[in-house]
Design a binder for this molecule. Structure first.
Ligand code: ADP
Length: 194
């Protein structure tokens, strides 16, 4: 069974994936893999340099994320070019990790932009961590110290709450306390294993 986990920024998705790990699930983190596949010395980074030039490297030979970000943010074609390098490598790496799981392991793919990248159909279950927009803003401002305008802009750049809920097979309401959340995650594990 392939399980995808997603949620808008500040919804509590990382908190949920941490709880799932504590409960013994194998959580495959696509953001982490997206960094690993372009780490110094990887074929992925070589392809990024081929596409964007050596100026996207730091003096230490790592990918300069700010420079690459500026290039792809300004130009959708460049962004697509980067994604066409990184995404297949991430998919390959996550499949390799999933292949190491035993038959009784619960494998969860943690993918922040699962809905935005239209991957829902490749999962048997899509778990969405859900809060109202104002709760996202309050947590990003209160816990992460973001400026409110930045929080709203980041949220607006993602799928809407409704779009995410439409893709969900399982919803985790995270409007309560952390203890409420943990109980809900425990319930979810039982539901997913059933
Ligand atoms: P995401 O990964 O979706 O961006 P996080 O899991 O990092 O979100 O959560 C965003 C912030 O909200 C974190 O500081 C986290 O500790 C806090 N948080 C998550 N769930 C709750 C909750 N139920 N009550 C209070 N704070 C929470």
């Amino acid at each position: 069974m392939r399980v995808g986990l997603t949620g808008g920024i500040g919804s509590g998705k990382s908190t949920v994936s941490g709880m799932l790990r504590e409960l013994g699930a194998i959580v495959i983190d696509s953001d982490l893999l997206a960094r690993e596949v372009v780490a110094p010395g990887t074929p992925g980074l070589a392809r990024v340099v081929e596409a964007f030039g050596p100026e996207v490297l730091t003096p230490e030979g790592a990918m300069d994320r700010a420079k690459v970000g500026a290039i792809v943010f300004a130009d959708p074609a460049q962004r697509q070019r980067l994604e066409s390098i990184v995404w297949p490598l991430v998919r390959e790496a996550s499949q390799a990790l999933a292949a190491t799981a035993g038959p009784d392991d619960l494998v969860v793919h943690d993918i922040p932009l699962l809905v935005e990248t239209d991957q829902q159909s490749s999962f048997d279950a899509v778990v969405v961590v859900d809060v109202p927009l104002e709760t996202q803003v309050a947590r990003l401002v209160g816990d992460r110290g973001w400026a409110e305008a930045d929080a709203r802009a980041r949220i607006a750049a993602q799928a809407t709450r409704e779009e995410r809920l439409a893709a969900a097979t399982h919803v985790i309401d995270n409007t309560g306390s952390i203890d409420d959340l943990r109980r809900r995650v425990e319930e979810l594990v039982v539901e997913l294993r059933a």
